[in-house]
Design a protein around this ligand. Structure first.
Ligand SMILES: [Zn+2]
Length: 195
């Protein structure tokens, strides 16, 4: 049922939907009117399906100048170290989602301390937003998606065992903030989170 994209159009990578979410009709590929992209459109109700990236939110909780990481119990990155994080759910604020994911994966209640970084890359399938957080206590316990939870001093970070490039970037940014005693973006409204 799908039409071949025009040879001059760039295909959108990774599009998963094949049927219209509104009426179930098989989607067709059509060139965008405003860009070189090929969009999936429904021939019945004319809906365009945008292949937008997912939003991942995460925290780097810090306690006594040590950063708390999890060793992942799931793929991708099984057995490697990462921040506590996951996908933003519809209707959630970024801050609430980051706090929830941290609680689920580490058992920790954290307070958002600031926006550490926003990360994307060409061809990537997600946008990752990492908050710096303060751990209220240090009685962490791994949740179902973590094999281990551990606090690392800056000199102990397991750089060769990190799960994702975004984890590397976020930890580098944390060290940059620590070493220069930088304050996090003041233009951005930081907590208390509006849950
Ligand atoms: Zn439709």
């Amino acid at each position: 049922m799908s039409e071949a994209p025009s040879p001059n159009s760039k295909a959108v990578p990774g599009t998963k939907s094949r049927f219209c979410v509104q009426c179930g009709t098989a989607l067709l590929l059509r060139p965008s009117r405003s860009s070189a992209a090929v969009r999936q459109t429904c021939p019945a109700c004319q809906v365009t399906v945008y292949d937008t990236p997912s939003v991942v939110v995460a925290t780097l909780p810090v306690t006594e100048q040590r950063v708390i990481l999890i060793r992942r119990a799931t793929e991708p990155g099984h057995g490697k170290w990462a921040y506590a994080g996951g996908y933003l759910e519809a209707g959630e604020t970024l801050e609430a989602a980051a706090i929830r994911e941290t609680r689920e994966e580490t058992g920790l209640e954290v307070r958002i301390a600031g926006l550490l970084g926003v990360y994307s890359r060409p061809g990537g399938r997600s946008i990752t937003i990492v908050f710096l957080a303060a751990a209220e206590r240090d009685d962490w316990a791994p949740g179902p998606e973590a094999l281990e939870v551990k606090a690392f001093e800056p000199g102990q970070i397991p750089w060769d065992g990190l799960a994702f490039w975004t984890v590397t970037y976020a930890l580098e940014d944390w060290l940059h903030v620590c070493e220069r005693e930088l304050s996090l973006p003041s233009a951005w409204r930081v907590g208390p989170p509006r849950l």
